[in-house]
Design a protein around this ligand. Sequence first.
Ligand code: PGA
Length: 255
Amino acid sequence: MPKKILKKKLVIANWKMNPENLKEAKNLAKKSRVHASKLKRTELVLCPPTLYIESLKSKGKVKIGAQNSSTEDKGSYTGEISPYQLKASGAEYVILGHSERRKLGENDEMVAKKVVRAVVAGLTPIVCIGENIHDADGAYLEELKRQLLTSLVSLKPSDLWQVVIAYEPVWAVGAAQAMTPHDIYETTLYLKKILTDTYGPTIAPTVRMLYGGSADASNAAEIMKEGKVDGLLVGRQSLEPDTFKLLLQAVDNSL
Ligand code: PGA
């Protein structure tokens, strides 16, 4: 298990369906790379639209990820892109099970298939899980448990260290406010406990646990410190180089 990777914090920039053309994408990547070059303890992964991956790949320390990949490796699947194709284009990571894809019909079983195929193809899956409603009775905890365990079910336990989990409460994604750092701490602690109960105390801590949902420069430090997560999955703010720089610094300076 690579200890070096585990020590690094991770920021995933999810550009979603932005920007509008390759020129802007190159410009955004360039600025993000300059900011990332100053980071000491943090790895940045840019996840542009698939179309731009090949043009944005580089040998530098900023990695490239995709935002989705197919449940299949090859064949008659119109419009799909396989994990092998992503890998060949220069992607090293892939976001899977994002709530915006789940809204389009993706379910836990599909995510599970994608996760295992991605790992076999040599990609690091960033598996997104998150409750739709954070109800006071705690029913969301069962929902999270189901999402977590089903998404990983096809994976060999010995491959688990390659997986990144992004806890993204759906109601906090693209919202006005993030979850409170305290609630992030409690919920990710619960997820870590499920991993420990299922995979044991040696394997479970190797899984990096991120938070996503309205993370920005003003809340990043607190989320990292109080939430005790290994990094952030960032949507809108990753498109704003000036404030994204501050977010990256806040993550890098957090203990
Ligand atoms: P947001 O998006 O940072 O804009 O809330 C997060 C995400 O979609 O992962």
